[in-house]
Design a protein around this ligand. Structure first.
Ligand SMILES: [Zn+2]
Ligand SMILES: [Zn+2]
Length: 635
């Protein structure tokens, strides 16, 4: 495959550098980008423009690392080249070589062979699994194996640091937007049934002779007043809460409070968490550089950042040790690992990798000691496999067999894979462990600040005072809710006649025996002896027709307007859940590309994950509407 060997190196660099560009500059997070290089000797190193702008730096000088050498100069056959590259990468603790996989996938019309090679080079890269699924599908293999590949793409997110943070951050951003818009929708739905009464009662407080349009205009002015004052949609939410609360039953009051809590939670803590997650790696160049030493191609900038990081930065020191190991500088790697072990004497990954270096240096006793210490902490199959190799090198055949057996019992698949990679290599083939992601991600998350992203997110719906702090927003919404409830407790509210829908107002009309029935209906139904029989029958059948018409209208509105189903069925909480599910489903479809651009990790797996979320939320919405319609049918 000559074209691959000719194009791939450039593409690998372009893809990795582009990924870096996207991860830093492309996100909406304000990311403090460090000066490109701290070390002038590095900035002066060979920088070769691979494509048109921007000029991209070479990851390391060609031939600088055994991994790059295997990839750039490996066998002519793709399979052989992949095998050589993987072997070199596993030996140096790079178990997922994203850059090489991206290079393979960058050419249009990816063949099954290439897709398989990409997955085998970068088993943690969701995009590679998706290309594999596509290739399997196109080749016409069973749809089940394509589906399985799709499933493995979604699972790969959990193992990919950038992918996991990108997906988690984007989903949190979706949740934040869903909580805000779902809360607003349900407030709008809950208050919309109170608007006619509010308009009438408000008009009465001015003049009972006020025309209907004047009352509507007055209410409308009051509703939008907070928007005019610059508080945006969040201000509108406050006035909607106040109006809805005046006419709310206890249940409706609880649903209103839940909607307010959802809005504040979405606008503040959830949005800040989303910002923190999305900005964690882009805002932590040292962690990113340390990660690069364990997951791909290392740029001169990465190397310079690691070298410039303070000595107490554990991840930077680990990155430097890995870099030294990759570049074949075993003495330096050994010194760095020993220093790291002084600070973390019980770190199984450090112990294993330090043992490997010692083995390569020929210090057998020390290597055995480190392997044993590592196994005391974590008896991983990889360490057992390495130990068996060390025994092999020391000609201790019995111990070799025993360690290998234990390794196989731990993880047979992995040991088979390592044995296959080992091939006929006579010398001990030992495998470094990759950088543990959990600690790195947690530390990046802890150092990340999500507030700028959340503030930017809020400018869209809360440009005013309510957008400045969670306490301000919560206080104003609570005040609106309490104000509404207080007015509701004192107000002689008007309502609609339960029989005919005519307005019944204690101030404007003569009140019948019951407050919720107009006097003609009261006569018709409760004092039949006072009405003409023929007229009464005609009137009742007209009212029945009206009832059937209204039922049809209610069903239509319940289905067409999110949040209305629950409100009309007198299940206000169901209305809130429906509105929330609807918002999340719609948001997932609109924002299927993620909250920030995909850092060349997700590929087609990104939109797929969002389609899955949209399908789930859509099903939840249908369930809410169905339950509300059923509840109304029973009533
Ligand atoms: Zn009536
Ligand atoms: Zn009135």
């Amino acid at each position: 495959m000559p074209d691959a060997s000719a194009e791939a190196p450039g593409m690998a660099r372009a893809a990795d550098a582009a990924a870096l560009e996207v991860a830093t500059a492309g996100s909406e997070v304000a990311v403090p980008v460090e000066p490109a290089t701290a070390d002038p000797s590095v900035s002066g190193a060979d920088s070769v423009a691979v494509t048109e702008p921007p000029p991209l730096p070479m990851p390391t000088e060609p031939g600088g690392s055994a991994i790059e050498r295997a990839w750039f100069e490996g066998g002519a056959e793709l399979g052989e080249r992949v095998w050589l590259t993987r072997r070199a990468a596993y030996e140096r603790g790079v178990w997922s070589l994203d850059g090489a996989a991206r290079a393979l996938l960058a050419t249009p019309g990816v063949t099954l062979e290439r897709a398989e090679a990409a997955v085998s080079l970068a088993p943690d890269l969701p995009a590679a699994h998706m290309e594999w699924a596509r290739a399997v599908w196109l080749v016409g293999e069973s749809p089940l194996s394509a589906l399985r590949a799709v499933g493995s793409a979604l699972l790969a997110y959990a193992r990919h640091p950038e992918g996991a943070l990108w997906l988690a951050g984007s989903l949190l951003a979706l949740l934040a937007a869903g909580l805000v818009s779902g809360g607003m929708l349900s407030l709008a739905a809950a208050s919309s049934i109170a608007w006619p009464h509010a308009a009438h009662d408000l008009g009465d407080s001015v003049s009972r002779r006020m025309p209907a349009f004047g009352r509507v205009a007055l209410l409308g002015t009051l509703l939008v007043a907070p928007v005019a004052l610059g508080e945006g949609l969040l201000g509108l939410a406050a006035s909607l809460v106040a109006v809805a609360a005046i006419y709310a039953t206890r249940r409706q009051g609880i649903a209103l409070a839940v909607a307010c809590v959802a809005i504040v939670a979405g606008a503040y803590p959830v949005a800040e968490l989303a910002g923190r997650t999305l900005g964690a790696l882009p805002g932590d160049p040292v962690a990113r550089a340390a990660l690069a030493t364990s997951r791909g191609l290392v740029s001169p900038e990465d190397a310079a950042r690691l070298a410039a990081a303070p000595e107490d930065d554990l991840f930077a020191q680990q990155g430097l040790a890995r870099l030294a190991r990759r570049e074949g500088n075993l003495g330096r790697a050994d010194a760095l690992y020993q220093k790291l072990l002084e600070r973390r004497p019980n770190d199984a990954v450090l112990l294993t990798n330090a043992a490997n270096v010692r083995l390569h240096l020929g210090h057998m006793e020390s290597a055995f000691d480190l392997y044993r210490r590592a196994l005391e902490v974590d008896d991983s199959a990889t360490t057992l496999f390495n130990l068996s190799q060390a025994y092999g090198r020391a000609f201790q055949v019995e111990n070799l067999a025993q360690a290998l057996e234990l390794a196989q019992a731990q993880n047979g698949d992995l040991v088979a894979e390592l044995t296959r990679l080992q091939g006929t290599q006579p010398e001990g083939f030992v495998v470094d462990l990759p950088l543990p992601l959990r600690d790195l991600l947690l530390s990046s998350l802890a150092n990340s600040d999500g507030k700028p992203w959340a503030a930017e997110f809020r400018t869209r719906f809360a440009p005013g005072w309510m957008g400045t702090s969670a306490a301000a927003a919560a206080a104003l919404l609570l005040l609106a809710l309490l104000l509404g409830l207080g007015i509701g407790a004192r107000l002689d509210a008007s309502c609609r006649c339960v029989r005919c829908g005519r307005r019944v107002c204690p101030r404007c009309h003569e009140i019948a025996a019951r407050a919720d029935i107009c006097s003609p209906c009261n006569k018709l139904f409760n004092q039949p002896e006072l009405t003409d029989r023929v007229l009464r029958i005609a009137r009742i059948s007209a009212l029945r027709e009206r009832g059937a018409r209204i039922e049809r209208l209610v069903s239509g509105v319940s289905i067409a307007i999110p949040g209305m189903a629950g409100v009309l069925a007198r299940r206000p909480l169901l209305g809130f859940w429906g509105a929330l599910c609807f918002s999340i489903a719609l948001g997932a479809l609109i924002g299927r590309e993620g909250a920030v651009p995909d850092p060349l990790v997700a590929g087609a797996a990104g939109p797929l994950a969002f389609f899955c979320v949209a399908a789930l939320a859509g099903a939840g919405y249908a369930l809410c509407v169905g339950a509300a319609l059923a509840a109304r049918g029973r009533a």
